[in-house]
Design a protein around this ligand. Structure first.
Ligand SMILES: O=C(O)CCC(=O)c1ccccc1C(=O)O
Ligand SMILES: [Mg+2]
Length: 368
């Protein structure tokens, strides 16, 4: 376990998106967050672990609340001089999911590095996992833009595309999906994420269209607002799987299961409070025959790679929303995760497998 001399530090960063991601709630055009580092000294041997806290209001606390929580965790670790330091630090970030994500990931990375194990194995998988299936993410552009972007993704090897929806009218969204199906052909799996934008009537029309063989959408994510459980339950069983994202954070697994409201749930480690907690949720929903899908919140390289490890630790994981690196115009360091034929290649180095990010330089790809 972790020893007495543990220190925690954090550093703020800000990264621009290449193109803003419009969602029905808001437009994401940059990502501000904190890199988190834990250092443990044991018989003069120093080991570090790295984590990332990148809040996204709507899914997590605000950036200010995140920073305050991290500051409390730093002070708690300094004040405790025995084996309870980890417990004390986690206690300070328990109510702030992004801060907890950052601290817990740094601690997990530290432990995995010390046992010379890739992080996903530290999460409880015995087997070597080489790759995890992923979806491409297609933004809320026009029908032509959506078709173009989906086609480009398929040309790069993606076998599953998730289209964002809910910014335009439902009629236009259905048109976009038809365009995309035509552009990618019948083999590609399509998903649609409306981010809670639709009324029940609109969602029902969408489901009926998506169930049509010509359109063939596999999965519809959060068609109705987060509060609606009964409505989502009513939309199930009509030929399109229903996934809850915002609804999971609002209601939790038990209420979703009792209401029979989802075929799948979206696990965003940043919103859940860490890949450890997200992994527990994944195991639990699998017991209930609900599929866990892991996605990022458009995070920087540390959190994104942590999410890849989480997905690798889930048996038979369906395609996950992990291919979001290209949405950023700049990043904190070298990305250790290549994508090949619609899958993320899982890092096999010890820990998360992200090196050299703490000291920067944190540069944009345009040299800024
Ligand atoms: O799942 C994906 O393909 C990418 C992640 C994504 O869509 C997303 C990213 C940031 C905030 C919210 C969401 C979402 O799933 O609603
Ligand atoms: Mg979603």
């Amino acid at each position: 376990m972790i020893d007495a001399s543990l220190t925690l530090e954090y550093r703020r960063f800000s990264l621009r998106l290449r193109t803003p991601l419009e969602t029905a709630h808001r437009t994401i055009d940059s990502r501000e967050g904190f890199l988190v580092r834990v250092t443990s000294t044991n018989d003069d041997e120093e080991t570090t672990g790295i984590g990332e806290a990148t809040p996204l209001p709507g899914w997590t606390e605000s950036i200010d609340d995140c920073e305050r929580a991290l500051e409390r965790a730093v002070r708690a670790i300094d004040a405790v001089d025995d084996g309870n330091a980890v417990h004390a630090a986690i206690g300070e970030v328990d109510e702030t999911s992004a801060a907890r994500h950052g601290v817990s990931l740094a601690l997990l990375d530290l432990e995995a590095r010390r046992s010379a194990t890739p992080l996903y194995r530290q999460l409880g998988t015995d087997e070597r996992v080489a790759r995890v299936p992923v979806n491409a993410t297609v933004g809320n552009g026009s029908p032509e833009e959506a078709a173009e972007s989906a086609r480009a993704a398929v040309d790069r090897g993606f076998g599953c595309c998730k289209l964002k929806a809910g910014v335009r009218s439902v009629e236009e969204d259905l048109e976009r999906v038809r365009y995309v199906r035509e552009a990618v052909g019948p083999e590609v799996e399509l998903r649609v994420d409306a981010n809670g934008a639709w009324t029940y009537e609109e969602a029902l029309t969408a489901v009926e269209t998506f169930a049509d063989d010509e359109v063939d959408v596999d999965l519809l994510e959060q068609p109705l607002p987060a509060g609606a459980l009964e409505g989502h339950a009513e939309l199930r069983g009509r030929g399109v799987a229903i996934a809850l994202d915002e609804g999971l954070l609002e209601h939790g697994v038990d209420a979703i299961y009792e209401a029979d409201a989802a075929d799948a749930v979206v696990l965003k480690p940043m919103g859940i409070g860490g890949i450890d907690l997200a992994g527990e949720l994944a195991a639990w929903v699998r017991e209930l025959a609900i599929q866990p899908i892991v996605t990022t919140t458009i995070d920087a390289v540390v959190a994104r790679t942590g999410a890849v490890h989480l997905a690798a630790a889930i048996p038979d994981v369906p395609a996950c929303g992990l291919a979001t690196a290209d949405m950023l115009a700049e990043d904190l360091g070298r990305d250790p995760v290549p994508f090949e034929r619609g899958a993320a290649v899982v890092p096999q180095a010890k820990g998360i497998g992200v090196d050299g990010v703490w000291d920067g330089p944190w540069r944009g790809d345009d040299g800024s």
